[in-house]
Design a protein around this ligand. Structure first.
Ligand code: DQA
Length: 147
């Protein structure tokens, strides 16, 4: 059976494609899901894409991933910058974690430069646009020895 990768998305990413397209582009989360699916399939992985506007739900999914997933790709969105709860949950997950940001957060406001999640992430992608998710999936396959 192929290894399962959770792709978790935090607050406001349900609005991808409509929200500040000059920053986050025109592709929707469904488009991202399809791009990741291609990358996952060609690497022999499977995926589960999830999005929530609620911190506790993201924590619950990370805990669920402890049982179900080989790796986590996460765009924590604003939670990146303040959620110790998300960091703690990720610290309790044993597999690879890749942090993804569509925008180049280090080029933006100072409050976006700090990432709690980066204290745990094995790799961080920022500024690759929505393409960063599929790149993260390719790297996940590499980390898991799948290609
Ligand atoms: C984001 C960057 C965050 O600072 C912001 O709060 C988001 C999206 C990104 O993908 O570039 O919601 O994580």
């Amino acid at each position: 059976m192929s290894k399962l990768i959770y792709i978790l998305n935090g607050p406001n990413l349900n609005l991808l494609g409509k929200r500040q397209p000059e920053v986050y582009g025109h592709e929707t989360l469904a488009d991202v899901e399809a791009q990741c699916q291609k990358a996952a399939t060609s690497a022999g992985l499977s995926q589960k894409m999830l999005q929530s506007n609620h911190e506790g739900q993201i924590v619950d999914w990370i805990q669920e991933a402890r049982e179900d997933a080989a790796g986590i790709i996460i765009n924590p969105a604003a939670l990146t910058h303040y959620s110790i709860a998300v960091l703690d949950a990720l610290n309790a997950f044993d597999g690879p974690v890749i942090e993804v940001h569509i925008s180049q957060i280090h080029k933006r406001e100072a409050f976006r430069h700090k990432s709690y999640v980066s204290h745990r992430a094995d790799a961080v992608m920022a500024g690759f646009g929505t393409h960063g998710y599929a790149l993260a999936m390719q790297h996940m396959a590499h980390l898991l020895g799948e290609n």
